[in-house]
Every structure is written in C-alpha cells, then in structure tokens.
Design a protein around this ligand. Sequence first.
Ligand code: PMP
Length: 675
Amino acid sequence: MKIVAIVQARMGSTRLPNKVMMPIKDVPMIELLLKRLSRARKLDQIVLATSVSAANEPMVLHVRNLGYVCVQGSENDVLDRFVQAASEVAADVVVRITGDCPLVDPVLVDECVDRFLSSDVDYFSNISPPTYPDGLDIEVVRVDALKQAMRESTKAFDHEHVTPYVRESGVFRVGNMGYERDLSGLRWTVDELADLELIRGVFGHFHPEIHFGWQQVLDLQHSRPELFDGNKHLIRNEGASMGTGQKLWKRAKQIIPGGNMLLSKRAEMFLPDLWPAYFSKVEGCAVWDLDGNRYLDLSIMGVGTNILGYAHPEVDDAVRGAIAAGNMSTFNCPEEVYLAEKLIELHPWADMVRFARSGGEANAIAVRIARAASGRDKVAICGYHGWHDWYLSANLGDDDSLDGHLLPGLEPRGVPRNLRGTVFPFNYNNYAELEALVNAHDIGVIKMEVVRNKGPEDNFLQKIRKLATDRGIVLIFDECTSGFRETFGGLHKKYGIEPDMAMFGKALGNGYAITATIGRREVMEAAQSTFISSTFWTERIGPTAALKTLEVMERVRAWDTITDTGTQIRKRWQALADKYRLPINHWGLPALTGYSFESKDALAYKTYVTQEMLAKGFLASNCVYVSTAHTPEVVDAYFEALDGIFAVIRECEDGRDMQTLLKGPICHSGFKRLN
Ligand code: PMP
C-alpha cells in the first residue's frame, strides 16, 4: 500500500497572493513545509499538487529543484487535481496537507496515518470536529474514496474543498482523532498577512531550527502570547464560507485606505463581511459577482451613472469605435466640440463648456472659474458636500450632512487653514441664512444643488437667483447627480431658474467618465485667466460615450421612464409598509428614490433587507437609482421578494430579536442620499 502526502498549493490565493512562496527567514514557506513534512516516517512520497497556470511556475520550479514531484491539474476542481496526482504516483492512500500550513507536524501526521491504518475506515482526520490548532489539519483518505466522490458529487464546493463529500455524505466510513483539549480556536495557518507575521515570529523564535514540534509551539504561545496576538480577529475556515469578492475586499482594505475610492461602494455600507463587493460583468440591471452569481441591481446602479442600464450596447459600440480609432493623441478629439455644442443646445442660457472626468473635478473647476469671474474668494455652498479639496469644511450638522462620518466639531484635517474662512455653508430652503451670509461676508459665489431630498419651498430658487443677480454673485447649480433624471438636461429647467454655471456628471456618459461645467460666456471666459488644464480631460472615450448617451436618452425619453418607474417604486414601498403597519419615510427625486424605517432599529432592518434580498438575487439597500433597465417585470420581482422580508420586520417590531436573524454586523450609516 503506497501512502503519499499530497500538498495542495497555488500562487493565486485571493487574500494573500503568492503566499506559499513568501519568505520566512529567507526560505519560501512551501520549502519549510515540505522539509518538515519529510520527517514523517509513514509517508512513501510527498507530492505537490498545483494548478496549470503560469503564475505557479516559480513555485513549481523551486519545488522540483528541491527534488519533489510536482503535478499540475485543475485550478478550481481540486478534487480532480488530487485524483490526478494520486494516479500519477500510483498512490493507494493520500494524506492531504494544505500549503498554507507550514507548522503541520510530521509526528502528528504519522499518528494520523497509524490510526487510519488500524481503524478500517476510508477517511481519517483530525478536523472533524477540529480540536487541534487551525494549521495542523491532516486528512488521510483512500484514493478509491476520492475517485468515488469525483463521480458522485456534482457540487462545486465538494470539488473545490476535496473532502467534504467523503466526510459528510454518509457513504463512507470515517474516523477522527481529537486532542484532549479543544485548541481549535488557535490560528496557526496562513490566509492573510497577519497570519504570515505570526508564523514568521514562530520560526524566528526557533531559528535556525526548523524541526520543532507543535507542542513546542503551544508552549511558546503560553510563554510569549504577544507573538500570537496579531491574527486574533480572523476566523477558522472563514475562507470556505467566504465568497471570492469578500476575500478580495479584505485584501483591498490592507493596501487601499478605506478599501476603495468611493465611500458608497464600500461593503460596510451594505452588508459588512457578506457583501460580494466586486463584479465580473454587468448587463442591463444585472450584475455578476466574482463567483459567477447573478443579481438584479435595485440599489445605487453604479452610483447613478447608468440611467440607460449597464453595458448599453449602443454606447459601448460607440466607445469601441473610439478605441478602434485610438483614444489619445497630440491632436484634440473632435467629439469634445460636438458635445459642448449639444450641451449648449440643451441649455440655451449657457454659451461655453469645459470638460473633466469626475464630479469633484467639475466642482473644483466651476468654483475656480466663478471666483476668477467674480473677483471674490468667498463661496456660500448649500449643505451637503462640496466635492472639492476643501469640502470637509462644509460639515453641517443637519440630517443630510455627514451623518457621523466626521465627529461633530472635529476640525477637518487636510483642509488648508487659509481656505476655511472662505467657505460658508447654508441649509437648503433657508433663504434667510444665505442672505445673512451674503450680508456679513463678501460672497462671490453661491454653489448648490437645485433640489436635495425635498423640493424648493417659498420661492427659494427665485429668491436666490435675484440675490445673486443683485449682488453680482456667480450662481452655480451642481447638477452632477440631478441632471438628466427629470428633464433632458439640468433639473433647473423644470423650475425655470437659470444659473450662471452648472455641472453635469454621473449619468452623462452612462458609465464612462465624463463631466461638464457649462456657463455664461462672461463667467466662463475667466477660465482663461486661471490655470485649469489636465491631460486626461482630453481623452476621447468620455465625450464619445456622452454623445451616444444623449442621443439614446433623447430618443427613448429616459428621464420620463425613470421618473415614472421611481414614482411606482415609491408607491409600492408605501403599500408594503402599510400592509405590515411599518412607518417609513421617503426621500429623494423620484428617479433617485429612497425610504427609511421609522424605528430605533432602522439600520438593523436596512441591513436585514440587504442580507435577505442578496440571498434572493437582488442588490438592495434602501434606495433605488432608477434606470431604463428596471422594467415592470424587474420591479414586480423585486417587490415579490421584499414582501416576506417586511413581514419579518413586522415580527421584529412586535418583539422578535432582529439580532438573531443578522448573519454579520449592521451596516454603517450612510448619507440619506448616498454618495
Ligand atoms: N456633485 C454632486 C451633487 C454629487 O452628488 C457628487 C457625488 N455623488 C459629486 C458632485 C461628485 O461626483 P464624483 O463622485 O464624480 O466626483
């Protein structure tokens, strides 16, 4: 009977890429593991089983140079890889070891093999249930049993994790070896950087000896517990239940502050620890995660970028055309002129246009031009974020503002001191407040959104227009989010109020980066007197996408469709809330519609909605950024799924414990209108 240890390892780990080749005291982790394992007396051979991928070549080369056989098989069907490796070396019994466990102890391996041989079973391990520290996992299994599992199980999980079918199907005889105490809470395996540091500390302690036993490591943990503190927050076998996206998100947070570039797309804003977080492809309102699961997006739809739905065929074709002809050159792209003309046609009060690629940039450009035009530095901005370098100084305390993201009264950092005295926030629908600011300071610019969560009251916009005109102030409407949602162009067209400047973003390119700052000639010409210039504001994809987006929007009258759909969604939320006697309130434009539960547990309920809707195949929080891809069928399916969830929330209002229903932490509170 030939007994072979098969060590599975690959370079492409999601949470810690290349971990098996990472050095521990200058020796790659996999080499240490193999050398330690070689001391096991019951093994006839040790084989490394990895996948066919160029990324694994450095490891394969290294391990072969050490004299070990290396077999390359399937990337995801690890069970198949094992069967293949076992066949290649004519093994009868396999000892499964994973490459991320360099502390696995040869003495324990021998013990496990002995117990396997003496107990007439198909499978014997020390993990079912686990009592040894995580990182000492040993599984001994007959090759025949693996082959049978191969034939009988179609579940991807069984194939990825090799032994679940043998262990749990009830078809096989299984045995387990337990330790006298339960030490399964100790974590000596390597999934993340914190784990690797711990293992480095252990090898560092015994250096240059590498053949220390697991009991010695346990003693070390007692005598020097601080060496083992770094990975306490990590959970045993978390990887098996975590999706690829969640693993990648954990990795991202180590190397990208906050994990990504936009607060609203952080996993914690939706479903901490459980949100798939990353997409592999999109179409219409469907999104696929990294594991191939498909969801319908009834949440923020790319943060409001895709009014025409994701991957719109006509827009994408236009972009492909730009790529085919080339995106960049020393010459300018003609599309920017055509797009400027189109935006002026839609907004006859405007005469000139500047482009950028993000809303923040468009805001900065607008304010800069407006300051130059008015000759005055001081800017009154309406609540919300200013979206320029110094926007943190607009940390208002109202319920639409930063909602706890900055502690009240905290001095914003990174805001140049000399700018703090130049930005004066005022609240929406509070004309008197603005007038007082204008009277007290030499305000040159007013920048605001046309509508925020509620519409204008008491001729708010008319009064501001008059004030700005009378005092020679440049009035800027930030339409980055509101543009194209209710009219073909700025929302100000609906109210008949013309600003001096306006910015568009988000939906303008239907998912491609393009933003515009438009304005009256006398104001815009001030751009000449100040340096506003950037390389990538000249690329071709942005304006190309925008031209096609505007053409399609105009043809299908997208703003009407999304306003109707959003109005329907709002009504149906209310109907569902009434059905289950749950008080809710509504906010946002119809096409950016949102609701909140009026309950002390509102945030827990929102998290629960997201959790349960995700399980039913929907991305959902408590707002919908409506797109033309949200057809009546999609909306019907969404409400059908939501009904039972509201029913459970009713039960919780009546005393059922919501905490027991949540599988992870409660989501972070966001802005009432996200992003
Ligand atoms: N202006 C408004 C009104 C916004 O809502 C946002 C962001 N959602 C921005 C500007 C900033 O746009 P961006 O995220 O593209 O920089």
